[in-house]
Design a protein around this ligand. Sequence first.
Ligand SMILES: *Cc1c(COP(=O)(O)O)cnc(C)c1O
Length: 447
Amino acid sequence: MEYQELVEKDFNHLWHPFTQMSDFTSRPPLIIEGGKGIYLIDTQGNRYIDGVSSLWVNLHGHRRPEIDQAIMAQLGRIAHSTMLGMANVPAILLAEKLVQVTPPNLTRVFFSDNGSTAMEIALKMAYQYWTNRGIGGRTRFVSLKNAYHGDTLGAVSVGGIDLFHSVYRPLLFPAYHAPSPYCYRCSLEKSYPACALACLEELEKIVESHRNEIIAIVSESAVQGAAGMIVMPQGYMRGLREIADRYGVPLILDEVAMGFGRTGKMWAFEHEKAWPDIMAISKGITNGYLPLAATITTEEIYSSFLGDYTKTFYHGHSYTGNPLACAAALANLEIFEKDRTLENLPPKIRLLSQWLDRFAELEHVGNVRQKGLVAGIELVKDKGTKEPYPREESVGFQVIYKAREKGVAIRPLGDVMVVMPPLVISLEELDRLLEVMYECVKVVTEG
Ligand SMILES: *Cc1c(COP(=O)(O)O)cnc(C)c1O
């Protein structure tokens, strides 16, 4: 079909997520038709480096033969059968595999189909863990300002990004929101490390003063992703674990974005050995092939649900444990071993870090943040005062439209430029991606 015809149909019928449609329909959209490795290919045959891994899901490149094959083999057996009260082969094998690659205290896997539902499940599971043991009054989560856990209303309730969440406030359940560990714009006006993690102390004060009311502590792992790749300072994650232990409440960690090797380790909480009691995973789980997510928990939490029907976890989705998705995930995990994905990351992480030093010298780069192969480059109008650009200027979008002309597909978070390539990216390709981003930031912000 002709590009123009597709554009017309898109503009007539589609509603794109997280997108102001009045803007979207004001310029010719990028329409992707194919992909190979780390490249996206549009309907006119132009190639783009997939600089944000198709919104953080792709790890090993597009059209991986191993995953294609695994899905085709499963298609020859069955595409879907329910997990309610019965089982299927790939879901069983994947659950075993996930337990093997997660910390030893996590032994039980509950499947769903996206990151928001994985978090929704984590929240309900933690709440019912208390009620199943006959302990009442536990009705509040402690989460963080700037948190993002997905778009369903429970996940939004523990979210803390005003731009996305404040309009829904009247519909949400109340939660306590501790300060964000956002060192560049510290809400406590302190600086790390002299602050001795004062933001963590604030969180502890909340837990202490509501100790019989708290269901769980909820946080992303290591990086507050959607808020602009806010990298938590050293010691913060460890501190969360210690507070959870001190007050005997579960720690729910959201690994949806940072899991599956993004930060240089399989799980981002490994950097500080901050083992969660419940973890949520999704994005990288099938290399972007099919929707799948999992909430993984301890035997202790799981066993509180055993007994009579009142303790049952009345939660599930029609596509829970979908066999095609589970088969894709199994093949995806095997690639980590075959490609030695994690072992190959350190030189890429170093190259990114060298480039970030260069970015940091630019006139309108206020802050650069990195965790493994993930980075955020925060553009500001005035570096001295940290004054942001006016929102109407959409500086981040100006940069990505420029990058598109040079064969790079990226998506900013406000004025934070995001670097999040597939882990399989080569050093040469990563260098090219960063060179294009650097040029585009320079041209847009310095003219
Ligand atoms: C993307 C994301 C989610 C939501 O996942 P969806 O699959 O988009 O619903 C939850 N938590 C974090 C940290 C995320 O980055």
